[in-house]
Design a protein around this ligand. Sequence first.
Ligand SMILES: [Zn+2]
Length: 355
Amino acid sequence: MLLWDKIIDQTDAVNTLLKIVKNNNKYMPQSWLITGPPGSGRTTLAKAFAAALECGKNDCGENETNCPTCQAIINNTYSDVNFMSTQKPEYSVADIRQILLESETYPVSSPYKIFIIEDVDRMSDQAANLFLKKLEEPDDFIIWILCTTNPRDVLVTIRSRCSKIELKSPSSQAIADYLIKEYRVSKTLAMTAARVAGNHIGLAKRYALNPQLLEARSQILRQVINITNFPDAVFLADAVEKKAVDAGKIAVLELDIASADKKRQATRIKKDELDLLLIALLTLYRDIFVAKTALTDNLINYNLQQSINQAADEIALPRLLWCINQINIARRRIKTNAQTLLILENLFGCLNRRL
Ligand SMILES: [Zn+2]
């Protein structure tokens, strides 16, 4: 499979970059900003672009058996393509100094020295200003490919110097087709994974390759929908929060960063896990709303159809909309420094069906 083929449902972006690669002219912009929602394929696109520029076969992007250069780029082991991501909440001045130093040296075996920087919105102000200076006067062999989900958080002077590529959220059908082709999973599993992942490619792949995660997700949704008293709500909130805390702790175990950064990163992962659950809850209440109003019979969580229909019969429409609002409020509060356990207890208490 070509690297370009791994970019799902982004025809415009791919065509724009392919055109650049094919023309390969000296007027090519040297700074790029790839934006798009989480899981839309920003990094994959950045690597496909880098591979196509470096490997000498224009739009090659072949896999390992056909092109060692492209494969090394995919694996972040190619000397002229520097891939930068961070486990820390912010890129520091020291991090930026290091890549600026690296950008002083000529490419070894390719036409360009390429830097792919993930989450470029996470530079501290000082780091961003330092980086900006380099961006203003690039050597002609340098290509910057910056990626972010939050372009508004990128320094405006950095943004304005980049050519922009905007990715959209890929469709469930396109993601399912990709999962079937690339991983040979069943049609039903592929479609379920794509739909419940909210069109996030990485998450859909995780679900398709680990169907037990889908089951765990359904189980929690089932538990939430069946909350009928406050002790149930407190008990479930406690279990959910513990699981998210553990996920954070496990994820930072092997990281080689300072312990304060580890703690911050673990908290971030915990919050991401909880946000994922709240998004799942939104799909559940969306389904109850759909079942109640018969707008469409297209349920996202169709394996919970029976519980969803039952809840649709029991919960009045104004209360249903109130519940959806409560989930959105909880999502916003989780992003602050408020205590996550209290937020969950309060939310699950609100979602009590007997209220
Ligand atoms: Zn190649």
